[in-house]
Design a binder for this molecule. Sequence first.
Ligand SMILES: Nc1ncnc2c1ncn2[C@@H]1O[C@H](COP(=O)(O)OP(=O)(O)OP(=O)(O)O)[C@@H](O)[C@H]1O
Length: 302
Amino acid sequence: MTRTVARATGLTKRYGSFTAVDAVDFTLEENRIYGLLGRNGAGKTTIMQLLTGQLFPDAGALEVFDREPAEHADVLRRMCFIAESQRYPDSFKAAHVFKAAPWFFEHWDAEFAERLIADFRLPLNRYVKKLSRGQLSAVGVIVGLASRAPLTFFDEPYLGLDAVARHIFYDRLLEDYAEHPRTIVLSTHLIDEVANLLEHVILIDQGRILFDRDADELRGSATTIAGPRAAVESFTADRPVIGRDNLGGLASVTIDGRLDQAERVTAAELGLELAPVSLQQLIIHLTGTDLSADSTDREVAA
Ligand SMILES: Nc1ncnc2c1ncn2[C@@H]1O[C@H](COP(=O)(O)OP(=O)(O)OP(=O)(O)O)[C@@H](O)[C@H]1O
């Protein structure tokens, strides 16, 4: 049976009169990789800070490992939070971070950390404040991976990491997760890059959850239909439209749902092109457009 490691019910956080997290309900199950996704300011960091006991909720209930996180040191010890701009003491060299890590993380694997240090080519003897932006992110990524914390949060962990380093991160994360399953929550804007890593997606917008779904269920759950405008409009007339782009006489409409074989044949006969929608495109459709509007026409003057 899967165990729930965190449960939020009506979780709310306000900053003055502004509600950053607005009565959200969700659970995090053990041994899953979650994507906590959403636009800038959606509330992702705030949710992670609530879960890791750095902030107190204003309303609602929050349980992590069956307790309120902020109150319990034994709960906090089972979590690792890697923030976007992690701060370290000025006197710290990179090596000091890894020396100190076992004090905080009981499952710390020093050998794994050493392998990662080599993979990321991290200069251990350099002061942390002298590291490049990408090297600083590598420090966080290494701590997050080698901590093997039962609940690990990576909040935009790779500012400045180059493409090679990011792929090392994804690779090592998947490899290590297969051997040491745990719950990992990844917040990122690079959705396409991590899409295959995620098992579950929680999409936040303006402090609310837009959807909370299994990633497998999401992949290919929407379809884009493109072609002559009249044909596209008639084919999609009674379907749940989640995005629409018009360009002169052409249209591209994204619908929620899959098409069956007969519908695909009909579309082909009408000269329409069908394309699956990537997770990133789906999220842009769901958060980037006014869902209440009939159309987001981008008419181009002939
Ligand atoms: N200490 C604070 N005081 C006032 N407002 C805050 C504070 N911290 C965050 N906010 C606001 O709360 C909202 C949610 O912020 P949060 O950092 O959780 O967003 P995010 O989804 O992590 O964004 P990003 O992707 O840009 O990191 C934002 O509108 C932000 O401006």
